[in-house]
Design a protein around this ligand. Sequence first.
Ligand code: GLY
Length: 393
Amino acid sequence: MSSPPSSSRTSDVLVVGGGIIGLVTAWRAALRGLATAVVDPAPGGGAARVAAGMLAPVTELHYGERTLLALDLASAERYPAFAAELSEATGHGLGYRRCGTLAVALDADDRAHLRELHAFQERCGLESTWLPGRECRRLEPMLAPGVRGGLRVDGDHQIDPRRLARALVVACERAGVVFHRDEAVRLTVAGERATGVVTADGTEAAAGQVVLAAGSLSGRLAGVPEEVRPPVRPVKGQVLRLTMPRAHAPLLGRTVRAVVRGNPLYLVPRENGELVVGATSEELGWDTTVTAGGVYELLRDAHELVPGITELPLTETLAGLRPGSPDNAPLLGATALPGLLLATGHHRNGVLLTPVTGDVMAEILTGGEPPAVARPFTPRRFDAVPAPTEQPV
Ligand code: GLY
């Protein structure tokens, strides 16, 4: 038999999950005057530790995701002011680089794919310029001589997600957010309303509203009624980190992306000399093993794109789990259970969508309506449709 909860601490808002999405929700809620707490054994961790941090709504555009594009663009537009406010509030740098992105093609198939993407970007009214191969190499001289052309997108930028997460922890602390550095093990529900969580040490943390923002783990909290359980799944990504020597000109000046034999690849050069190479996309459940095959494929494809990378020290290999939803778009807002809200399912776009997620969740938590751009992302879109009743014949 489990022992009863040892004590009760109450807040207006309790956020389950201290990754960047949970932290930005807590920070923004606290700035609106709500007494806010975060439950996480290690705040500032999560998928952001692995993510490359591309802010790339244009080059990461996917067919069938036009509604998501509007949210992505709304968040990209917020980034300069958001980054400035966060740095000002904490004194922390975020590695925010407005460096642009070049998406290149290595063979005729990649070129055709990129041409189609360009046409789609233009239909969506996005700014993107087609460049012949020699122009791509003029911009980025270390690219392979065989590059067949590419898209220059000056509006797709980058940020360092680890620095972003660290700054958000500090911003939360300074805004008065309380951290319960423990694991949430069970949602408490009373009178058909979410009332808080019980943590691993048996403490009950009570709250007026509970936000599940635990990334790919959001669907695993015990006590969440089946009909409101977030439909998220883990999507594994393996990523490498290399170091560019400071003594030389940087290997790359901007983010470079490509699709190599059908595999999406990106190289993200940071201002501190780190070069992030990613990422695999694998539907393997909770597995976070870094595999020889994953590392080999990333290095093989990156070498084809920028042959000089094999000279660089390989400093880190890591795998993380993106939180995928049934339509690979986020779940933002209230569920059918009063007092329970979701901020999860950001899949490939968690870093990009951080600013807009904070604003949308704070608005909803203070009783406002989500802005029009966020309404399609209500978690209620996945509510079970009742089975049709049988008609008598
Ligand atoms: N946004 C990059 C990735 O998910 O791999």
